[in-house]
Design a protein around this ligand. Sequence first.
Ligand code: DGL
Length: 278
Amino acid sequence: MAGTAPIGIFDSGYGGLTIFEKIREALPDRDFLYLGDNARAPYGPRSFEVVLEFARQATEHLFARGCPLVIFACNTASAKALRSIQRNDLPRSSDPTRRVLGVIRPTVEAADALSRTKHVGVVGTEGTIASRSYELEMRKLFPEIRVVSEACPMWVPLVENGETEAPAAEYFVKRHLDALFSRDGKIDTLILGCTHYPVLLPLIRKFLPAGTRAFPQGACVAESLKDYLARHPEMARRISRGGNAAFLTTESAERFSRAAEIFLRARERVRAERIELK
Ligand code: DGL
């Protein structure tokens, strides 16, 4: 269709595929262009300045390929770069009608709807937790909710190395959940504030206190995007239809294809194109 383009989906690497999968289920007739900055992942331990610079480059790349709307599937980029790009970069860009959306706000809204005790836990990368983005968004939207957070720096490497069934995975999952719940025994809803954590869900469920629900974010991000497009028909008209997905990576295309199978649970063969960001 002339004048239309895919929705851009950006992540530091493969993990955003867990979000992409849900978005595609919610919007099956739309086209998508996924960009994983695998060569520079993980973003979790990186500084604000560096994550902002990388996220800017990725956004510019997706805009240059025509995407009018870019979703930051990455929590760390949503936490550290989204607001600055929305406030400072977009208004000054050559097309200020383009949009960038993240994962934190829809996740916070979903957590509020799920929690009865109004005590919510968040697990994420060091970067996401240090930014306090979840607490700040929660305080803005739902000030009555108490948020307790825990950085889990070992969880991403365990997933990326395919070690989710190893004893080390049990050890690190239990250790961080115990630490979180020992600080607040009333938590009934746990936000998995990182793209990789849905892969650890069976293990996380094993160590969750009874009556507590772990809460992956793909479905609520997807629903929120669907709702956004319904409320913004001018943007929906700019998104191409066809049900196609293409994949870009800053690392080897072959490596991306292999690892993508972990995250898409081997349901499809992914062909990627290698690009450079600068
Ligand atoms: N995508 C990142 C996130 O959701 C996890 C991987 C990384 O640290 O780059 O925070």
